[in-house]
Design a protein around this ligand. Structure first.
Ligand code: NDP
Ligand SMILES: O=C1OC[C@@H](O)[C@H](O)[C@H]1O
Length: 368
């Protein structure tokens, strides 16, 4: 292969639900439409645990090539020698077992968020990936958006806000109550925190945890509250305050399943000694940020807007990162590292523990 040919990642899709559709459609877009020339993607197989018909329908509906193999079980997918990396898109409580199934059958994995139900399960997956020398990443797509990377460069390398002081992040969405739906059903990992709260937590991790002054030290203290859904016991609303003593910064996160956030203005506010940045777009799909540098009296100056084009859903950037890591023989990604995922899960564990919210021993266990 000439050095200028793009590297092709060969994907298997595990679970044919709603996000798998979006991810697969993004995989099938021409990478040059986002100015990517070094990697590309091929969807070689798709698996549904429900039926082979569902997988076949998915292949058609997403526009996969007719050569894409459809399977009626996840076990068949992981035995397919053509599959190099599996995108795991089942509900939260299946991520751990589904990812183990892949890793134990020699497949690399990009697993939907939250990586697992708790940090212990995430740690175990990273150990298995290391032992088997396989690539493993949590699909926190938000981390890979050009807007996110530009914002992190601005605050961490260019230090445009000077010393960071505090961050406030929220994700609020209104979902009609349905006891069986994955968002409300504890057996499927329901609740606002793991589904939505992961994103404001990620914004705190990308800004304060990753602040060079903090050096990826876990928060020195976390205090939190929850209101649970009476019918199923999962959290409807969660809030938490994280203190990072080492850098003397503070972050607050909130999430809810009961009201919709209005994010044209902002979902995240980052403040430092020299000014403020607000982030626009959905918290999981950021579209731009606005910088307000303080004037000589310390008041916010004129807004400087930084808007970014998203030529698709925006899930291809995480997929491109996976492809580059596979090409380079890496087992862990730098932008969404195992340290980042374990730290995020540890924060979520702490919030659940403080609020007496467990998914039960069976779902919270590991196979160690
Ligand atoms: N990155 C992002 O922006 C988003 C990420 N997600 C994450 O993706 C995961 C899936 O979410 P989403 O696609 O919305 O969910 P869906 O309910 O739409 O799809 C989940 C799929 O998982 C499979 N599945 C396997 N076992 C079960 C079971 N017992 N009950 C229900 N489904 C099962 C089914 O596929 P099959 O029958 O084919 O096996 C099902 O279609 C979640 O963990 C969520 O956090 C979700 C939305 C957005
Ligand atoms: O990851 C997600 O982002 C968007 C939400 O609507 C969805 O429930 C969640 O899983």
């Amino acid at each position: 292969m000439s050095s200028s040919s793009p590297y092709t990642a060969k994907w298997g899709i595990m679970a044919c639900g709603s996000i798998a559709q979006k991810f697969t459609k993004d995989l099938l877009l021409d990478p040059t439409s986002r100015q990517v020339k070094d990697v590309k993607h091929e969807v070689v197989a798709v698996a549904s645990s429900s039926s082979v018909q569902k997988a076949q329908d998915f292949v058609k509906e997403t526009g996969c090539p007719s050569s894409t193999q459809a399977y009626g079980s996840y076990e068949e997918l992981v035995k397919d020698p053509k599959v190099q990396i599996v995108y795991v898109a089942s509900p939260h409580t299946f991520h751990y077992e589904n990812t183990l199934l892949c890793l134990e059958n020699g497949k690399s994995v990009c697993c939907e968020k939250p990586f697992t139900i708790n940090a212990e399960q995430t740690k175990h997956l990273t150990q298995v990936a290391k032992k088997n020398n396989l690539f493993l990443m949590e699909a926190v797509w938000t981390r890979f958006f050009p807007v996110t990377l530009a914002l992190q460069k601005a605050i961490h390398q260019d230090r445009i806000l000077g010393k960071l002081i505090r961050v406030k992040a929220d994700l609020s969405k209104q979902f009609k109550f349905d006891a069986k739906h994955r968002l409300y059903n504890p057996d499927l990992g329901g609740g606002a925190l793991l589904d939505l709260g992961l994103y404001p937590t990620t914004w705190l991790m990308m800004t304060l945890f990753s602040d060079p002054e903090n050096g990826k030290s876990l928060p020195s203290s976390i205090s939190s509250s929850m209101i649970k859904v009476p019918q199923t016991g999962v959290d409807a609303h969660s809030v938490a305050t994280l203190v990072f003593d080492k850098a003397r910064t503070i972050g607050t996160l909130s999430c809810t399943l009961e009201v919709e956030g209005l994010y044209n203005d902002h979902h995240t506010i980052i403040q430092g000694e020299k000014g403020t940045i607000t982030v626009q777009g959905q918290p999981y799909r950021p579209e731009g940020f606005t910088v307000y540098l303080n004037d000589k009296d310390g008041n916010p100056g004129q807004p400087q807007k930084h808007n970014f084009d998203i030529p698709g859903q925006g899930m291809f950037w995480e997929a491109d990162a996976c492809a580059r890591d596979l090409r380079d023989g890496k087992i862990e990604d730098d932008t969404c590292s195992w340290t980042d995922s374990i730290a995020t899960m540890t924060v979520l564990d702490t919030v659940r523990k403080q609020n007496n919210f467990s998914y039960g021993d069976k779902l919270e266990g590991t196979r160690t």
